[in-house]
Design a protein around this ligand. Structure first.
Ligand code: FAD
Length: 297
């Protein structure tokens, strides 16, 4: 089925939600497409302490549930759909999902990032379902052992979140951790977190009971342990694979014309923070309103 929209926002993380809220204030109801859960990556955050308004911090799940409530109060109804392709033809964008095609005058890309996949070892098919790149699906787990690969803020934040009810092992391929000092200090004090640096996974294999074994190399030699889950936190890259080559080539031109916007983590390089994403969202809505004023009247 084909449908027409003035503004289509791809992704309902903090950036896309903020853009939708601000557009609504201008009387513009955008089409908000989200392939997963509302709130995006922020749902994984253990404790958000740098988002103004929450003096003692707030969990990512709680904060994003408030975002969701705000959308509801404003009668913005996101559509659960993953965008597979965005094309630009005859002055209109074609936004394809598995089941629909939407025509749109303006596109706001708020699709965040995707994880860098773990490489360097094979993962047997029987264990593929035990590998994750976010922690939200694991937050109900209790009493299990989880290995996290990485050494940045996300790895340590994931560890602190999961260690509330589980045993966590952090494997850092390098020598130095790259996380905020306060996350390092909290992890050091947490009896449920063990940290190994210069620890490189050599293989993942299944033991006789079907459990997941992780064999890793440290300076002293090779060691292994059994884990229930493995979480990759070795970086993230912009998520724009759904843009056609033509849109990618015309990106700057379309942006200058006020037809295409990139907001939040998808374009923020190392400055990936919810408050920056929200600011981008509000800014894009203001720009849309200012430059396209006559368009929606
Ligand atoms: C563990 C962790 C802790 C963090 N802690 C903090 C913190 O304390 N403070 C802070 O400010 N920030 C924190 N962050 C960063 C914060 O989560 C991000 O900066 C923020 O979520 C970025 O928002 P975004 O909307 O740009 O992208 P995202 O949150 O990544 O949202 C993008 C959305 O787009 C959707 N999407 C992607 N592709 C498609 C498609 N093809 N079709 C439809 N939908 C699509 C995704 O499903 C997702 O919901 C943390 C991040 C992590 C991982």
């Amino acid at each position: 089925m084909n449908k027409v929209a003035g503004v289509t926002i791809i992704g309902a993380g903090p950036a896309g939600i903020a853009a939708a809220i601000q557009l609504k204030r201008y009387g513009i109801t955008p089409l908000l497409l989200e392939k997963n859960m509302l709130g995006g990556l922020l749902r994984n955050a253990n404790l958000v302490e740098n988002y103004p308004g929450f003096p003692v911090g707030i969990s990512g799940l709680h904060l994003t549930s408030l975002f969701e409530e705000q959308l509801k109060n404003l009668s913005i109804q996101p559509i659960k759909a993953g965008v597979t392709r965005v094309k630009f033809e005859d002055g209109l964008f074609l936004v394809e999902t598995g089941t629909s095609v939407y025509y749109s005058q303006i596109i706001v890309v708020a699709s965040g990032t995707k994880p860098v996949q773990l490489t360097g070892f094979d993962i047997p098919a029987s264990l593929q379902g035990k590998i994750y790149y976010q922690v939200v699906p694991l937050l109900q787990e209790s009493g299990v052992v989880i290995a996290i690969v990485g050494a940045g803020d996300a790895a340590f934040d994931y560890a602190l979140n999961l260690a509330k009810t589980n045993q966590v092992i952090i494997l850092n391929r390098g020598f130095a951790h790259k996380c905020l000092p306060l996350l390092w200090e909290r992890a050091e004090l947490d009896p449920n977190i063990r940290y190994f640096d210069n620890a490189c996974i050599e293989s993942i294999y299944s033991n006789q009971e079907g459990g997941m074994m992780v064999q890793y190399k440290v300076i002293e030699g090779t060691s292994n342990f059994q884990v229930d889950y493995l979480v990759g936190a070795i970086g993230r890259v912009p998520n724009t694979g759904f843009l056609s080559d033509q849109v990618t080539e015309q990106r700057e031109e379309l942006q200058s014309a006020g037809l295409l916007y990139f907001i939040g983590d998808v374009k923020n390089d190392i400055y990936r923070q919810a408050s920056i994403a929200v600011g981008d969202g509000v800014r894009s809505a203001m720009q849309i309103f200012r430059t396209e004023k006559g368009l929606f009247s």
